[in-house]
Design a protein around this ligand. Structure first.
Ligand code: ADP
Length: 446
């Protein structure tokens, strides 16, 4: 087989994709910005192409530059990873139109799921429960608007339909705040996403964030790879992820797994995807679907033994999923800690040079990272440095294994959130699995 893929990303996910390609015998082209000459995966790539200056808009988000690198190196396909152009329907379309297979679902599917209102209405037509709310036009008439919201009941959350990355959301506690907060959220949505459309959801007060990993071959076959629990969040950003989600009511779980898989079969979904839910009192409420690989995919890989990134390439090559639902067995419990380059007090990103470091290792410990001693973390991109993943027979053993791994791991020269992880993993509420999405910001440390 002579297949060549351009990896249109950077950091740990570019390295992850490169490793999968090497195992599959796929040739790789890695692109990089001026600020990223030191990235580890470039050393192992068959070819490398500089695509522009450090600013993402001029390099990793510059479709013209990426497509010309693809032409120049005559690749067969483009792998988007997560972030950057991974959920950009125009880019997916441009790749395919230019003769390069976009590794992921169709441009139409990405577009549908990228708009949260359309996505909500779409999945609910397949019997997937969504958060109660209002997705219609916001009426000009203030009293009409207030009545709509009163019906839903306060508190509510205003959400930008084009929002993402935990941004574009605002909780409204009382009617007095409604008009002003709606105007601000619309203005912010316009500035951040170029689309001022917002919708309303009931604010679920104490949910867990549970998600379902699915995979489809684009021909009507699909399976699920179970659940993840990503309730350990700060500012709606995940910090620790786990698989499987435990203490979920059996009947609701079976239903949701069935509906998610069924949706993917019905729409002939191609590639990997995640349906995200809030879960409270035995009920699931869909919030969004990500049509790409997720940062937390390793926890699912660790409990299933199924290589999700390799599967992305295999599906693109027309080899299908290769396993049936019954072949997927879930084994023990896995946890992932995201180590970020950030100040532990202020949570501000903390780029700079890593003078010295040591990775964690051992039985049941996985380490996914692009960093090394002497590497300089550039200030232009997200602050994820490393993912430490542990797997063990039980959740408790997995936590202990993680604490041991975190003790071994160290980075010098820049600040990281390593200590925060150690604190969380020693916390009673976390250990008992009693935390919800608000725990870290509301009650932890108090
Ligand atoms: P994004 O695309 O920005 O990640 P999501 O819709 O996935 O936005 O929501 C991210 C997080 O925001 C959720 O994990 C949850 O913490 C919070 N959130 C979203 N919708 C609600 C809601 N209706 N009630 C309470 N919290 C919510």
């Amino acid at each position: 087989m002579s297949y060549k893929v351009l990896i249109a990303n950077r950091g740990e996910i570019a390295l992850r994709a490169l490793r999968a390609c090497r195992e599959l015998g796929i040739k790789t082209v890695s692109v990089y910005s001026d600020a990223d000459k030191g990235l580890k995966h470039l050393r192992f790539s068959d070819e490398t192409v500089c695509i522009g200056p450090a600013q993402p808009s001029e390099s990793y988000l510059n479709t013209a530059s990426i497509l010309s690198a693809a032409e120049l190196t005559e690749v067969d396909a483009i792998y988007p990873g997560y972030g950057f152009l991974a959920e950009n329907p125009e880019f997916a379309n441009q790749c395919n139109e230019s003769g390069f297979k976009f590794i992921g679902p169709s441009s139409e599917t990405i577009k549908k799921m990228g708009d949260k209102i359309t996505a909500k209405n779409f999945v609910s037509s397949y019997g997937i429960p969504t958060v109660p709310g209002y997705t219609g036009e916001i009426p000009e008439d203030e009293s009409k608007f207030k009545n709509i919201v009163k019906e839903i009941g306060y508190p509510i959350i205003l959400k930008a339909t084009a929002g993402g990355g935990g941004r574009g959301m605002r909780v409204v506690e009382t009617e007095e705040e409604l008009i002003n907060f709606t105007e601000i959220t619309m203005q912010e949505a316009q500035n951040s996403f170029g689309n001022n459309k917002v919708y309303i959801e009931k604010y679920i007060q104490n949910p867990r964030h549970i998600e379902v990993q699915i995979i489809g071959d684009g021909k009507g076959n699909a399976i699920h790879l179970g659940t993840r629990d990503c309730s350990t969040q700060r500012r709606h950003q995940k910090i620790i992820e786990e698989a499987p989600a435990i203490n979920i009511e059996n009947e609701s779980l079976a239903k949701i797994l069935f509906s998610c898989t069924n949706l993917c079969k019905e729409i002939s979904y191609e590639g990997v995807g995640t349906l995200e839910f809030l879960y409270e009192n035995g009920n699931f409420y869909f919030i969004e679907m990500n049509t790409r690989i997720q940062v937390e995919h390793p926890v699912t890989e660790m409990i299933t033994g199924y290589d999700i990134v390799k599967a992305q390439f295999r599906i693109a090559l027309g080899m299908g999923i290769e396993l049936n639902q019954d072949d997927i067995k879930f084994n023990g419990h896995a946890i992932e800690c995201r180590i970020n380059a950030e100040d532990p007090e202020t949570f501000q990103p903390c780029p700079g040079q890593i003078t010295k470091m040591h990775t964690a290792g051992g039985f049941g410990i996985r380490y996914d990272s692009h960093i090394y001693g002497g590497y300089t973390v550039p200030p232009f991109y997200d602050s994820l440095l490393a993912k430490i993943i542990t797997q063990a027979n039980t959740r408790k053993s997995s936590i202990k294994r993680m604490l041991s791994a975190l003790d071994e791991f160290f980075v010098e020269g820049i600040k990281t959130n390593q200590m925060l992880h150690q604190k969380i993993l020693n916390d009673e509420t976390f250990i008992k699995n009693e935390h919800t999405i608000n725990y870290l910001e509301r009650d932890f440390n108090k």
